[in-house]
Design a protein around this ligand. Sequence first.
Ligand code: ASP
Length: 352
Amino acid sequence: MTTANERKDKVLLIYTGGTIGMVQDESGALQPFAMERIYDALPLLHRTDYMIDSCQLERIIDSSNMTPEFWVSIANIIEAQYDKYDGFVVLHGTDTMAYTASALSFMFKNLSKPIVLTGSQLPLGMLRSDGRENIICALEIASGRQVLIPEVTVFFESHLYRGNRSTKVSAENFDAFSSFNYPSLAKAGIKISYKEHLFLPMPEGELRVRKGFDRRIAVLKLFPGITPAVVQSVVRTPDLQGLIIETFGSGNAPTEKWFIDALQEALDKGVIVLNVTQCKAGAVQMRQYQASCDMDRIGVIGGHDITIEAAVTKMMYLLGNFPEDKDKIRDRLGKSLRGEISLETSGESDDY
Ligand code: ASP
């Protein structure tokens, strides 16, 4: 870990990999490199009026290789250093940043300090890189000098999003992230304007970090013409614990018997089935159309306006930490734990 001089506000910068810290090898392919290069590429970092320490994961990765084990490694660093810093910036590849942000939001209950994830579309060393702006703004937000945001967030191209509402929308534009069902929490212009009324409230309880993730889940994306063989092969995955169906519109799916029978088969085996819409904006509303009534009747849970990234990580998190509590898991999937859906939260004293 590199340490700067002692000053008042302190931010820990955690590098995990991704384009922001990549260089080209001889063949022209992008490869991750070591943390020190971030300072080579961004000597301006030494001029901030808060203190920045930095560290990196033992193995830095393209975020396409992200797994729950890496989420736990990031959480371990933050948990171990929690009292020492005012905030945390996680430099992360853009491809799965929304998953990591969502996972961290569930892991850190009663978070009272900012954790800001950012990255870039162009490597930091390139002249037109968007990484410079993103890192500097993310650090300023994480320092809490102006406003304290007790949330896991994603900063990208002028906008700060709630992490578990964010989604990557462009493989090309600098404006690569969006949050369709919740407004951005801040916007960086000449100054950073914060929308404090949109933040999660400052928690009253003690920080609690849970690190269980059950990977035995599947996502089944529906499309017109999907065959029984495909649906059954997913439903019959050995040892499946959770199934997310990506449905059409407001949560609609084929009404054919073979489809409902396949879901019933999963439910009978104790698999928890969650209905998440393929639409970027808007929510699942079970029973709005005939095409979701049978799913509602047999016990499929409506995911409301959750993103697929938050749905995957929330399902893994709940199954991984409360495996004995299937009824409560079903109940919590339909409610907000960390502001990930636009419905009532599960309650102040709730342990989830
Ligand atoms: N493949 C890279 C990653 O997600 C892309 C990026 O960083 O933007 O790690």
